[in-house]
Design a protein around this ligand. Structure first.
Ligand code: CO
Length: 193
């Protein structure tokens, strides 16, 4: 398992709801937490590790010792949004790119946890922002899609460097074709969704 970078096509794939929580899924989630901490992130969605499932992990402290702050959201759904607030975001799939994003200030989100239990919680501030950012990933949306035109312009060069790098990797055979990626995602979906 590794973190894929923009513009890898899986980051544009709409993930499918998971049917059940089993040992294999728990293993994937443990690996996602490990990668998230390793790369000093506070959240990581399955699509960012090339998996087509609606699940993400979160620890807004970014501190692996703070296990009480670890959250797993399986098949998350936002039911209420209130207010708006703008703040800087970054993303492990676009390292070192930062820009302000407007998000709902307060949300209510329901999801299943690792024990298969449905949990509903209210979130605000960074917690709410991170949840919205990660759910976007599950819908194939990245934070750079939500910028104002002037903010988009400011990061345009950095984003182009990622696009150039992706093309070079693909030409070198390090990244499969779009067709091969789509085929693999379909097989993974058939197994668990
Ligand atoms: Co992200």
């Amino acid at each position: 398992m590794e973190i894929i970078h923009y513009p890898h096509p899986t980051l544009r794939h709409k993930a499918k709801p998971l049917k059940k929580v089993d040992a294999e899924l728990k293993q994937m989630i443990a690996q996602m937490f490990e990668l998230m901490y390793e790369h000093e992130g506070i959240g990581l969605a399955a699509t960012q590790v090339d998996l087509p499932y609606r699940v993400f992990v979160l620890n807004i402290t970014g501190n692996r010792e703070q296990t009480d702050e670890e959250h797993v959201f399986i098949n998350p759904v936002i039911s209420h949004r209130k207010g708006h607030v703008e703040d800087t975001e970054g993303c492990l799939s676009l390292p070192k790119v930062y820009a302000p994003v407007r998000r709902a200030a307060n949300i209510v989100v329901s999801a299943f946890d690792l024990s298969g239990k449905q949990v509903t919680l209210e979130a605000s501030e960074l917690f709410a922002r991170a949840i919205q950012h990660e759910i976007d990933h599950l819908d194939g949306v990245m934070f750079i899609d939500r910028l104002t035109p002037s903010q988009e312009l400011k990061i345009k060069e950095q984003v182009r460097e990622f696009e150039d790098r992706f093309q070079r990797l693909r030409q070198a055979g390090a990244i499969p074709s779009d067709e091969a990626i789509a085929e693999r995602l379909k097989e993974l979906e058939a197994k668990r969704t």
